[in-house]
Design a protein around this ligand. Structure first.
Ligand SMILES: [Zn+2]
Length: 301
């Protein structure tokens, strides 16, 4: 039976029966796969610390001929992304990326480029002070990688360059993005051309340089609405992690280290195997020492 060794990001896990665990992986060489980890629930030693979301593993996977599910035979921890699990804001942004990979990529369609993009982005998020602009740019960059890049620097109707400063432009997902002042129709959204160009720069700029885009809270609020409309138009769904992001990284501050006293974010339930469940349950709080949503290596299996 075919056997593969590949690096893989753990996207989501589910308990399966008494002793097994079903794992969604985004692998470097096979794309997204669902695989069963036999005995993972029963034995702590079989997959120690490797089948946790937001980890990068080296997996040995077999593809049994008469089964639609692959099987994880072994896994070695390659990168635990500790920075993602010890801060709730970074965790939320990381979960957003995992959700997009899990829901909007085709099963067994390999894209090593997308894998390396995700690996790189998670590595950056793990070191950044998280904020909503970071989350927005991760979403935009990922959308672009998935083939849904909004047109921002030129008019999606006539192709004319968007210029800032300049007359009010528009943004219409049905056309593919930006609409210049001459092509705008009555009722179309109006958007400052500078904002469109800042978002275009955001897709091209490394995440850590996002402070240079000049997007203040007002522009960011506007940008979130535009990207949300674009996302719904092309993906036809909303991200389940959106709500978690909104609560974890409120817009009234751009610096995630200053959480307002009256709205303490809740940490997802550390017993669940996926971001969404943890987010929905809303149970648990950050540890009193601020150690984050969970301590992976100490977590009971
Ligand atoms: Zn135009």
């Amino acid at each position: 039976m075919p056997e593969y060794r590949t690096r893989a990001l753990v996207l989501r896990t589910f308990d399966q029966g008494e002793s097994d665990r079903l794992v969604h992986l985004y692998t470097e060489t096979l794309g997204r796969v669902s695989a069963i980890a036999k005995g993972a629930r029963r034995s702590k030693r079989r997959f120690p610390g490797t089948l946790e979301i937001l980890t990068l593993i080296e997996a040995r996977i077999v593809d049994p001929p008469r089964s639609s599910l692959m099987r994880i035979e072994g896994a070695k921890l390659a990168e635990p992304f500790e920075g993602l699990v010890n801060d709730l804001g970074r965790y939320a942004v990381g979960c957003q990326l995992l959700e997009m990979l899990d829901r909007f990529t085709a099963e067994r369609e390999a894209s090593p480029e997308l894998f390396r993009f995700a690996e790189g982005v998670l590595g950056v998020i793990a070191r950044e002070t998280p904020d909503r602009l970071l989350a927005l740019l991760v979403q935009l960059k990922t959308l672009a990688r998935l083939g849904f890049r909004p047109q921002l620097a030129s008019c999606s109707v006539c192709g004319g360059e968007i210029q800032a400063p300049g007359p009010m432009a528009g943004f219409e997902p049905r056309h593919g993005g930006a609409v210049c002042a001459s092509c705008r129709e009555p009722g179309d959204t109006d958007v400052a051309p500078g904002l469109l160009l800042a978002l275009e720069a955001g897709i091209r700029t490394p995440l850590r340089d996002r402070g240079q885009l000049g997007l203040g809270p007002g522009a960011l609020r506007r940008a979130l609405v535009l990207v949300d409309r674009f996302f719904r138009y092309y993906i036809g769904a909303e991200l389940r992690t959106d709500d978690f992001l909104r609560k974890t990284l409120p817009l009234d501050r751009l610096d995630a280290n200053q959480r307002p006293e009256d709205t303490p974010p809740t940490a997802p339930d550390p017993t669940g195997g996926d971001c969404e469940e943890r987010v929905r349950s809303g149970s648990g709080r950050l540890d009193s020492d601020g150690a984050g949503p969970r301590r992976r290596l100490e977590a009971p299996e």
